[in-house]
Design a protein around this ligand. Sequence first.
Ligand SMILES: [Zn+2]
Length: 432
Amino acid sequence: MKKVAAILLLALFLVLHAAPETVLAETAMEEEPIVIVLDPGHGGSDGGAVRTWGGRKYREKDLNLKIARYCREELEKYAGVEVYMTRQSDTYVSLLERVELAAEAEADLFVSLHNNADYKASSRGACVFYPNSKYRKYLGEYGMGAAAAIQNRLVSLGIKNNGIAYRDSGNRTKYPNKKTADYYYVIRESKLRDIPGIIVEHAYVSNPTDCRVYLSTDEKLKKLGLADARGLADYYGLKKGTDTSLLSAESRPDGSVSLKWKRAKKMDGYSVYRRPAGEEEFELIATLEGEKTTEYTDNSASAADLYEYCVRAYIVGNDVGRYTAMSDVLEAARVPAPLYLTLEITEGGTQILSFGSVEGADGYVLSRRTGEEEEWTPVAELWDGETSWIDVTAEPGVRYEYQICAYIDTENDRITGSPCFLTDSGQVTEEQ
Ligand SMILES: [Zn+2]
């Protein structure tokens, strides 16, 4: 039985140590989050389409904002996504300001959320507009993919499928390459800023059935927002996950740093990072597989140098892996415990404590307690270079325990290593 267990352990060890590289070698990891700018159409003095059906007033600007909020809430549950909104409330924002906000956010996609209206009350259904391919063709393709994914999700709610489309400018508006521009301002101006822009027309405010079935309650608007978010998740191959937070980074007696973090649900693993304190760039020091792997021991940092650690979870999507946001940063240093602490009692009853120094330590704290005490009382602070101390305050006839810790001083803090103990140290002889 023991042999079997040992073999299993060895196998487990091999799996744990071999797997991370293979997983990551097969998966391209996306370093930057996808930035999606949601643009709830209209707002403030611009109400968009307004109709009254069954005694209820449907204002497009309000519907758009609610859908956008639900969409954002859902999108933010996915790993590797950053979401911005061009307006958060019922305020007027010009079309140019909306696009400029997207450019400032370095958006990967600009998604304008609307509801349609027609002079014919019978018109109904959903459609999504994407950029034409007459200028910066790749933006047209990108937008078309996103548009199709959203439309699929909307149609699956039962909304009439009006398809996806691009629309060319009816006048002589041209792109810098003299080709016909896109009709819609936000799609055109986004394209000029190298951002694919799409417009989602969820349903018709001018159609009583669309209003009643898809727009009449918050619950129904939420379904539309969720469909948009899930469509985008389909398109990018996003997966839901949770951020992680670093709980502790501690110096261990063996001179390692032990990191522990909060388990991130639904994630596939974690990447651990380190940088010398004060530096900008983090270095990846470990990639670990499995949501349940929530600790790591760093043995490779140089002794008594201060480091900053952080961790983030990753998730493997359809084709690429994505990270959650970086956790908070914690400081730690490898401050080993002194190798030994010994006590020599001279014939005269003098207690001489000696200890093994720690390379790089700035100093040591020596503490003492009697057998009955729980708390340690610091009795001496020793500087780098000192390796012994005489306890002149020891009471005759009392048994003491000692412990010593090395520390390093940082700008804001002192980082103390684990203690080296000397228990049941012998008895101080009666003074003559
Ligand atoms: Zn509109």
